[in-house]
Design a protein around this ligand. Structure first.
Ligand SMILES: Nc1ncnc2c1ncn2[C@@H]1O[C@H](COP(=O)(O)OP(=O)(O)OP(=O)(O)O)[C@@H](O)[C@H]1O
Length: 229
């Protein structure tokens, strides 16, 4: 399960067209998903994850819409925002609840806590976690089902420099295992360091999909998104 395909994707909220006739493919490796504020990134990712319905078009994972996946958590892991944790639960309890609901063996909880380097904080209540720790816990939840596809919305948000370096290593190792990682970010220098390919949208439209310029991502991004700013 590694191929994400978006075809003719359109989403309107009333009179606002958040995305319009978007087409792109995401294959194994790290793909940066870029665009100015309000470009339609989160809307697109929410459609891929079956959280909202498109007005037209479709998003599929190896040919199936999210709702048609038999074991969604084993196919796709996602971090949309580092919220939605029950503050009184410990990190371990939080992950156990997710694992139980998805029929994932409990051993995976310790494995992912280790992977995101939260083992030492596993028995602490999430209410006392820093933003960076919440991001790590969100990533742990995404990794629980050992999925072939990871969808991450601004995963570097709240991470300190050591955390950013750690995240970069994690994303590269997930890609090295043949997984498909789609990661939205505004931190272009970071995306430039970690991504194999980039997708740039603005005003809900596709502006670019492919390898980033030799000259660097920032000039390319600013050029591609100029008309819509
Ligand atoms: N539930 C909603 N109701 C109405 N409009 C919405 C809704 N969700 C998104 N929009 C609009 O759709 C457009 C795209 O928003 P979206 O959150 O997808 O952009 P984004 O690229 O993720 O932005 P950012 O980088 O600021 O997070 C914006 O104009 C936004 O106001």
């Amino acid at each position: 399960m590694t191929h994400v395909r978006v075809t003719g994707l359109t989403k309107r909220f009333g009179t606002v067209e958040a995305v319009g006739d978007l087409d792109f493919d995401v294959t194994p490796g790290v793909t940066g998903f870029l665009g100015p504020n309000g470009a339609g990134k989160t809307t697109t990712l929410r459609i891929v994850l079956g959280l909202i319905r498109p007005t037209a078009g479709a998003a599929t994972i190896d040919g199936r819409r999210y709702a048609e996946l038999r074991h969604p958590r084993r196919a796709v892991g996602a971090v949309l925002e580092a919220t939605g944790f029950h503050p009184a639960r410990t990190a371990r309890q939080h992950l156990m609840v997710l694992a139980t609901a998805a029929g994932i063996p409990a051993e995976r909880v310790d494995r992912v806590l280790d992977q995101v380097e939260l083992t030492a904080a596993a028995q602490r209540r999430v209410g006392g976690f820093s933003l960076g720790m919440r991001q790590r816990l969100g990533l742990a939840g995404a990794l629980l089902g050992d999925p072939g596809v990871l969808i991450l919305d601004e995963p570097a948000n709240g991470l300190d420099p050591a955390g950013m370096a750690w995240l970069r290593g994690l994303l590269r190792s997930l890609a090295g295992e043949g997984r498909t990682v789609l990661v939205s970010s505004h931190v272009l220098a970071e995306v430039d360091r970690v991504a194999d390919r980039v997708i740039v949208i603005s005003g809900g439209r596709l502006r670019f999909a492919g390898l980033s310029d030799e000259g660097g991502l920032e000039p390319m991004f600013l050029r591609l998104t100029k008309e819509t700013r």
